[in-house]
Design a protein around this ligand. Sequence first.
Ligand code: SF4
Length: 249
Amino acid sequence: MSFWFWNGLKRGIQSTRYPRLPETTPGVTPGRPMATTFASAEEAAHAASGCPVGAITAAGREALIDLRTCIHCQRCRFGGSPPVEWVNDFEWTQLARTQTSFEPLNRSFQRSLHIMVVDAGDCGACLREIKQLNNPLYNIHRLGLFFTPTPRTADVLLVVGPVTENMRGPLEKTYHAMPQPKKVVAVGTCAITGGVFGRTFASAGGAGMVLPVDLEVPGDPPPPLAILHGLLVLTGRKSLQLSQTAAAS
Ligand code: SF4
């Protein structure tokens, strides 16, 4: 019998209490690597050299993490010797690289926010995590968050995927069809920096190369609660936990 079945019976309800209460159920997040101080500069350099996408930078004994490029392979956690530190949180939404400040939508959106999702070349992982927000565990309708199939009624654009050349035009058309005020969130490493696809003749290298992205939700893919945190930040119900500088370290 599944853990979630017993958990539901024990708690009496299926839906998470987040954001009213912290969500600490095992398995709701893969966590993230943290900046780590090693015993020697050699150990930090070893950790940096083991990252397949160069998301770890050694600075003396420090190993700094760039969450914008991290693909969550966890090699630095289980394959490194010694490992970098790991934290099991999910409130890691950060300001987009091109922004210097963030102003949330006004309070009227706190109980009615309509979200349009554009698959701009996604592999399916980030889309699947977004889809889970509608299941009984996350149940985002209770928070006044609704998905919409049309940009005409959308307040927020969630972009997943590195933005392939074929999707650049449709993505721009979707954005321009949305009414003001509107926000754009890049969900997942591919939508933030292009991920493992990078910037090529076939890939724009992230939504920020095409649209004015406001917020980024790192992860490959980010768990549903991390995406939910980003939506709550948009409406001012949660604050940005990581500054741009801290998130890159
Ligand atoms: S989890 Fe992220 S930082 Fe660690 S090795 Fe993988 S890509 Fe690099």
